[in-house]
Ligand binder design. Structure first.
Ligand code: SPV
Ligand code: MG
Length: 432
């Protein structure tokens, strides 16, 4: 029998896959190079089914004799090892970002007289459409919740963007760009206290109460599937915090981040322009421990946010607190800084990385926004939160529209910057 190689992700199997496999099995024994979870995460998103589950499904398809891990998009290393007589692929890689991968395959198999067979692309099935259908089915709280921890321990960076209502949740859920042959998207949502408060026209001083925050979270949960990290402010009284943990975990939120401040909370980006009082290490550690005890599963993460650099307490204090909070059992450390040059963050990371019992590190690069994701990853950072950018970009656009209507005494001029009526009517499916 001839050897036939087919590479695929097979995260959602559809008739397009079956056509490719059918063409392959007519040529010989089919070996599937199954993309590993890391490959899928790297070029697209967290796979719905993990490698072993996908392997089980694929192994049971008629004609497939073996499944081997395909641990990059480049098939060549596997091809050199297996020397198949045929490589089968859909003809959708003739153009676009996959073209180079195709050329590498052709060059490689030439060596032993292998042949590339391309099957016509199956129109009418689209993974993004199937994804949308999955969205309709929804996601269980448990599945959504554990998604964040899985991502943190398998992918760098985990990229999070703020959402403050259902619509911004959808933007975080669905926005994709294709760059360097990979599909880039956000991994989850940050329910910022600043943005949630601002959207309600209120100051960011823990004035918007938990019930109201839960309404926002619920609106977002209803229309999305990606993991959610909640900005828990100070976490409040320990006796209250344990209830917050239970409630968020029950809803399927993945993590709460609480900051080590006390008294009337002020936004960190004010720095020392306002009074920022830090909690004692002992009391905040008690809060972390109480939160850990309150949760039902370790899938729900309790992350500690250190405000020493914000409150002017210095680097040594930040490092000491990180050690203490890890001792208390925190699932992650968020270090905040409002310095524009990023030097504090670099220094903190250098010292933090020397810890033997380091836990995932989270940053909010609002002030040091010149730093690119790669640079932050090189510093050992696991999660990057873009904490306020959707509301900050929406507000000026809305004010400009309001001003334009006043100035022009009609909306014609403002309409240029508005999305067409037809688009807004169909933006959210199911309205017709
Ligand atoms: C938020 O987004 O509410 C935060 C981050 O807590 S910051 O505004 O930078 O303090
Ligand atoms: Mg906040």
């Amino acid at each position: 029998m001839k050897k036939v190689y087919v590479a695929m992700s097979a995260d959602i199997i559809h008739q397009g896959h079956l056509k490719v496999i059918d063409a392959a099995r007519n040529l010989g024994d089919v070996i599937v190079g199954l993309h590993t979870d890391d490959v899928i995460r790297d070029y697209w998103r967290n796979p719905i089914m993990k490698y072993e589950e996908r392997k089980e499904v694929v192994s049971n398809i008629k004609g497939i004799v073996s499944v081997v891990p395909q641990d990059s998009l480049d098939q060549v290393p596997n091809l050199i090892e297996l020397k198949p007589d045929y490589v089968v692929h859909g003809d959708d890689w003739l153009e676009g970002s996959q073209k180079e991968l195709r050329e590498r395959v052709i060059d490689a198999i030439k060596e032993w007289g292998g042949e590339l067979v391309e099957t016509p692309y199956t129109h009418g099935v689209s993974i993004s459409k199937l994804d949308e259908e999955l969205m309709q089915i929804g996601i269980t709280p448990q599945m959504r919740m554990k998604g964040l921890k899985e991502l943190i321990y398998s992918k760098k960076p985990v990229r999070i963007l703020e959402a403050h209502n259902g619509l911004t949740g959808l933007i975080v859920e669905k926005t994709k760009v294709e760059k360097d042959g990979k599909i880039k998207e956000f991994d989850g949502m940050w329910i910022s206290s600043l943005c949630d408060s601002t959207a309600k026209g209120k100051p960011d001083i823990e004035l918007v109460d938990l019930t109201s925050r839960l309404n926002t979270i619920n609106d977002i949960l209803e229309v999305t599937r990606k993991p959610i990290i909640v900005d828990g402010d100070t976490g409040g009284q320990i006796e209250h915090f344990v209830y917050t943990v239970k409630t968020l975990e029950r809803l399927g939120v993945s993590a709460i981040i609480i900051e080590d401040k006390t008294g009337l909370k002020k936004n960190s980006l004010f720095g020392t322009d306002v009074i920022q009082t830090q909690d004692t290490i002992e009391h905040f550690s008690d809060k972390i421990r109480a939160g850990r005890e309150a949760r039902a599963t370790s899938d729900f993460m309790i992350i500690s946010r250190i405000e020493s650099l914000i409150a002017g307490a210095g680097m040594d204090d930040a490092i000491n607190r990180a050690k203490a909070y890890i001792e208390a059992g925190t699932d992650g450390i968020m270090i905040h800084s409002k310095e524009k040059d990023g030097k504090e963050i670099v220094e903190f990371c250098r010292r933090y990385n020397e810890f033997e019992n380091r836990v995932p590190l989270i940053v909010v690069p609002t002030s040091y926004n010149f730093m690119k994701e790669d640079e932050l990853v090189d510093l050992g950072i696991n999660v990057i939160i873009y904490a306020n950018h959707l509301i900050r970009s929406a507000y000026p656009a809305m004010v400009n529209t309001a001003k334009s209507i006043l100035e022009n005494e009609r909306s014609k001029e403002a309409s240029v910057n508005c999305m067409p009526i037809k688009e807004i009517l169909t933006l959210i499916p199911g309205g017709m």
